[in-house]
Design a protein around this ligand. Structure first.
Ligand code: ATP
Length: 322
C-alpha cells in the first residue's frame, strides 16, 4: 500500500486544515497510510514527520492557519536541498507527497517530482487567487469575506461622521482580493496594479461625490498598487480635501486568519479527495484545479502566477460602479 506525506508551504490561508483532514481521511479510505510533515519543505528536509490524529484534524477544521505549520525554505530551492528531502522520504518509506501551496511551492513540487520520481500532487492555495489553471484557490473566499466585513465596519463609522477613508487590502502583485473586497463592499474607488491607477479621474469623481454627499467616501487600495498603498493614497486624499481629516486603515494580516467559509472548506475537501484519487490511479506531477464546477487535474510543471486573473468582464464593473 502507498504511504503519503502531506505538507503546507508558503503563506497560510484559511481552509488548509479542512484540506489536510480530507487528504488523511481519503488516504485511509483507500487503504494508504498518511504522515504529516511539519514546517513545509524545511520540515521535509529535516524529517519532521508527524502522526495525524483524526480527532485533532476534525477539531482544526473551523480554525484558520495550518496545524502542520508552514514555512518558506531556502534549502528546498536548491537541488541539494531537494535531494536531502528525497532521502528523508525514502528513509520513512514514503512514496507519495501532497503539497498544499501557492505558485512558488507548486513550482518547487514540480522540480521535486521531476528529479526524484515520487508521486507528487499539488493543491493550490492563495488569498490572491492568481494560480494559472484553476478558477479558484483555497483561502480566497474567506479572505474576501474578511476584507469585505472590515470595509463594512469602517463604512459604519465613516458614514456616521461623513469621513473619507483609504483602506489597504493585501496583494503585492495581484489586485484580485482588493478588487473583490472593494466591489462587494461598494467602495467609491478601487486602486489595483492591473489597471493604470488613474488617480486624476478618481480624484475628480470623489470631488464630485464630495460636493453632494451626505455620507462617507471609501477608497480601497491594493498593497501592490503603483500608488504605493493606502498611506500614500491617504496623503493624496488629504491634499485633495484639505479641510477633511482622512482615515487610514491597513487590513494587513487580519485578512489571512480566521475561520474558513463553507465555500473554502468544501473546495479544500474536493481538492483533497481528487489528489488522493489521482495518487491511487498512479498519477503524479499534477495539480488539482477548479474549472467551472468541475475538479480537474492540470500538469504541475505548467503552474505559474496568473498575471491577468481579473478578466475584462470583472474589470469593467469598476467602470460602471465607480
Ligand atoms: P504564497 O506566495 O501565496 O505565500 P507560495 O507557495 O507561492 O505561496 P513562495 O514563498 O513563493 O510561496 O514559495 C514557498 C516555498 O516554495 C519557498 O520557500 C521554496 O522553498 C519553495 N519554492 C518556491 N519557488 C521554488 C522554485 N522555483 N524551486 C524550488 N522551490 C521553490
Amino acid at each position: 500500500a502507498k504511504r503519503i506525506a502531506i505538507l503546507t508551504s508558503g503563506g497560510d490561508v484559511p481552509g488548509l486544515n479542512a484540506c489536510i483532514r480530507a487528504v488523511a481521511l481519503a488516504a485511509e479510505r483507500s487503504g494508504f497510510s498518511i504522515v504529516g510533515v511539519a514546517h513545509g519543505y524545511d520540515g521535509l528536509i529535516d524529517g519532521e514527520f508527524l502522526h495525524l490524529e483524526t480527532e485533532v484534524l476534525r477539531a482544526a477544521v473551523p480554525r484558520g492557519g495550518t496545524i502542520l505549520r508552514s514555512a518558506r525554505s531556502k534549502r528546498f530551492t536548491t537541488a541539494e536541498g531537494r535531494a536531502e528531502a528525497a532521502k528523508q522520504l525514502r528513509a520513512a518509506h514514503i512514496d507519495s507527497l501532497v503539497v498544499i501551496g501557492g505558485d512558488g511551492s507548486l513550482t518547487g513540487a514540480a522540480a521535486f517530482a521531476a528529479e526524484h520520481g515520487f508521486a507528487v500532487m499539488g493543491i493550490p492555495k492563495t488569498i490572491d487567487n492568481d494560480v494559472e489553471g484553476t478558477d479558484v484557490c483555497i483561502g480566497f473566499d474567506t479572505a474576501v469575506n474578511t476584507a469585505m466585513q472590515a470595509i463594512d465596519r469602517i463604512r459604519d463609522t465613516a458614514d456616521s461622521h461623513a469621513r473619507i477613508f483609504a483602506v489597504e487590502v493585501m496583494g503585492r502583485d495581484s489586485g484580485y482580493l482588493a478588487w473583490a473586497a472593494g466591489m462587494a463592499g461598494a467602495a467609491d474607488g478601487i486602486l489595483i496594479p492591473e489597471t493604470d491607477a488613474d488617480w486624476r479621474s478618481l480624484e475628480e469623481k470623489l470631488k464630485e461625490r464630495h460636493k453632494t454627499r451626505t455620507g462617507s467616501l471609501l477608497v480601497v487600495v491594493a498593497e501592490g498598487d503603483e500608488t504605493g498603498g493606502a498611506a500614500p493614497v491617504a496623503k493624496r486624499l488629504q491634499a485633495a480635501f484639505p479641510e477633511e481629516s482622512i482615515g487610514l486603515c491597513v487590513l494587513g494580516h487580519t485578512q489571512r486568519g480566521g475561520s474558513p467559509t463553507a465555500s473554502d472548506r468544501i473546495l479544500a475537501t474536493r481538492f483533497a479527495v481528487a489528489a488522493v484519487d489521482a495518487i491511487a490511479a498512479g498519477k503524479s506531477g499534477m495539480m488539482t484545479a477548479l474549472v467551472g464546477d468541475d475538479i480537474r487535474l492540470v500538469p504541475i510543471a505548467s503552474v505559474r502566477r496568473r498575471p491577468l486573473a481579473l478578466t475584462p468582464e470583472r474589470l469593467r464593473l469598476m467602470e460602471i460602479l465607480i
